[in-house]
Write a protein that binds this ligand. Structure first.
Ligand code: G6P
Length: 366
């Protein structure tokens, strides 16, 4: 059935490998030849997006990281200012809601107590409307929001979220393209074309599993790890660090690579693995010089890089090459090797991968 592990040792691994299929499902019927179908968000979406002058995104945990990626996308491709905040902070402060603000909640379960309370609180404020991006049809968040988009990841059993996150990213890219289109702005046929090839490109990344398993051996005895990214890959670094913490119990932190000098560099020595994502975007040269700073302190570098970036493996740098993808979708693709890395480290450490200590799949009490 939908919730059996089948040939896989853990639900988490099964759910990682389901990503090409569920990403395809998340796109199904939501694109036309070279455009996004705004009505995927419901009949009222066109009018709402047309009026949208800014967006407030609220979520918890992994869903919050998806929101952070969406900020880069909505600002860059739709020209709309975005704030992203964890629900437990948002609901207890006094947020200012400028005219024309859309409230967006992100949740796998649709039942996270703080996210639901944030939506209920937002309804007392001057938003133009609420959108829920959610994986569970009929959940409280879905029932109580004005418009919704389902992520279609299917049941996610592993406590550490994987396919729910990447399908949220697909939904958020559809939102970005829809807001831009509804406002009569640019359309992005290149991104639409890249979205269509995404399931196949993800499949090629998952084929690197065995190589990532070999890399994971370097982490089994470590107590700390540092994840670096720039731009929209900073939230991917945060998500990579969260996965490692959740299931392997290794202390991990993520930093935007440009902040390295402002503190974390002091922690770097030969015992500190530093994981970095290096897609081929306009921040690549800056990232490369950040990586040199790590090498100069004897740090062990692990780089997930685009095939075209020309970072070569050396004694102190291990490089895993990923297929090229449209720059807009790179955050989604680079999530996959980080999921697999955490998974294999956790298996080596013998933790309860699907049910990590002290954590719950859905936090329904505050
Ligand atoms: C818990 C889960 C996380 C999840 C978070 C938010 O902490 O362990 O995997 O990201 O809740 O859950 P939601 O269902 O709202 O996305």
């Amino acid at each position: 059935g939908a919730a059996s592990k089948g040939e896989y040792r853990h639900y988490m691994l099964k759910e990682i490998f389901e990503q090409p299929k569920v990403i395809e499902a998340a796109l199904e019927g939501r694109l036309s030849a070279n455009s996004v179908l705004v009505e995927s968000f419901g009949p009222d979406a066109q009018a709402l997006f047309q009026r949208t002058r800014q967006v407030h995104i609220i979520a918890c945990g992994t869903s919050y990281h998806a929101g952070l990626v969406a900020r880069y996308w909505l600002e860059r491709y739709a020209g709309v200012p975005v704030q992203v905040e964890v629900a437990s902070e948002y609901r207890y402060r006094h947020p200012v809601v400028p005219e024309g603000t859309l409230f967006v909640s992100l949740s796998q379960s649709g039942e996270t107590a703080d996210t639901l309370a944030a939506l209920r609180f937002a309804k007392t404020l001057d938003y133009i409307g609420s959108l829920a991006i959610c994986n569970v049809p009929g959940s409280s968040l879905v029932r109580e929001s004005d418009i919704t988009l389902m992520t279609r990841a299917g049941p996610e059993i592993g406590v550490a979220s994987t396919k729910a996150f990447t399908t949220q990213l697909v939904a958020l890219m559809l939102l970005t393209l829809s807001v831009s289109k509804a406002k009569g702005q640019a359309e992005y046929p290149d991104i639409i074309a890249a979205l269509r090839t995404l399931p196949e490109v993800c499949q090629r990344v998952l084929a690197l599993d065995r190589q990532i398993e070999i890399l994971s051996q370097a982490f089994a005895e470590k107590h700390h790890a540092l994840f670096l990214g720039r731009g929209a890959h900073y939230p991917i670094a945060l998500e990579g660090a969260l996965k490692l913490k959740e299931i392997s119990y290794i202390h991990a932190e993520a930093y935007p690579a440009g902040e390295l000098k402002h503190g974390p560099l002091a922690l770097v020595d030969s015992e500190m693995p530093v994981i970095s994502v290096a897609p081929n975007d306009d921040l690549l040269e800056k990232l490369k010089s950040n990586l040199q700073e790590v090498r100069a302190r004897g740090g062990q570098l692990f780089v997930f890089a685009d095939e075209s970036v020309g970072i070569n493996a050396q004694e102190d740098i291990r490089v895993l090459t990923l297929p090229h993808v449209h720059e807009a979708l790179a955050p989604l693709l680079y999530t996959l090797p980080l999921q697999l890395l955490s998974y294999h480290v956790a298996v080596l450490k013998g933790t309860d991968v699907d049910q990590p200590r002290n954590l719950a799949k859905s936090v329904t009490v505050e």
